[in-house]
Write a protein that binds this ligand. Structure first.
Ligand code: ADP
Length: 150
């Protein structure tokens, strides 16, 4: 059976740190699905209709990387895709605290779902979507943090 992994996140915006996690995940899994969680009640900073094609273009040459948008429990989405692995990136101990709680809940919701944590590559460790939004808001150039040009 092929190993399918789900990489869920807000990706507001999708950064070089996220790209690095996706590419590294291919060493472990047959297929990785980038799942953009979209809460219709919560406004995004970067427009989803623009972000999705940009991410798809970054991975256009990979037929084992998919991009999808969802608005439901991550565990439910994983079941739909028959994904038994959930990938998350870890930058620091704050990420770890938060991620371990989410992983426990997800395991309860979907017993077969194994959360797999990839430690950030050093050069991308400081890249953080919320800081990028702030820089962009005040007119700073953010392209060096992104795997595409905005
Ligand atoms: P969420 O709102 O679900 O935390 P994010 O889009 O901020 O969504 O992040 C998605 C995943 O990517 C999380 O596991 C996060 O820890 C990880 N991540 C965020 N930034 C980086 C980075 N620079 N390098 C590696 N992983 C990262």
């Amino acid at each position: 059976m092929s190993k399918i992994a789900l990489f869920p996140g807000s990706f507001d915006p999708f950064t070089k740190g996220h790209e690095d996690i996706v590419l590294r995940s291919l060493k472990l899994f047959d297929k990785t699905i980038i799942a953009i969680g979209h809460n219709t009640q919560k406004a995004r900073y970067f427009d989803l209709d623009k972000m999705v094609p940009l991410i798809k273009k970054v991975f256009a040459k990979y037929d084992n990387i998919e991009v999808t948008v969802y608005n439901e429990l991550t565990a439910e989405l994983a079941k739909k895709y028959q994904a038994e692995f959930l990938i998350r990136g870890l930058r620091n101990t704050t990420d770890f605290e938060y991620e371990s709680s989410i992983a426990q809940v997800n395991r309860r919701l979907y017993k077969e779902l194994e959360s797999v944590f990839l430690i950030t590559s050093h050069k991308y460790a400081a890249i953080n979507s919320s800081i990028i939004r702030e820089v962009h808001k005040y007119g700073g150039d953010i392209n060096e943090f992104l795997p595409y040009n905005l």
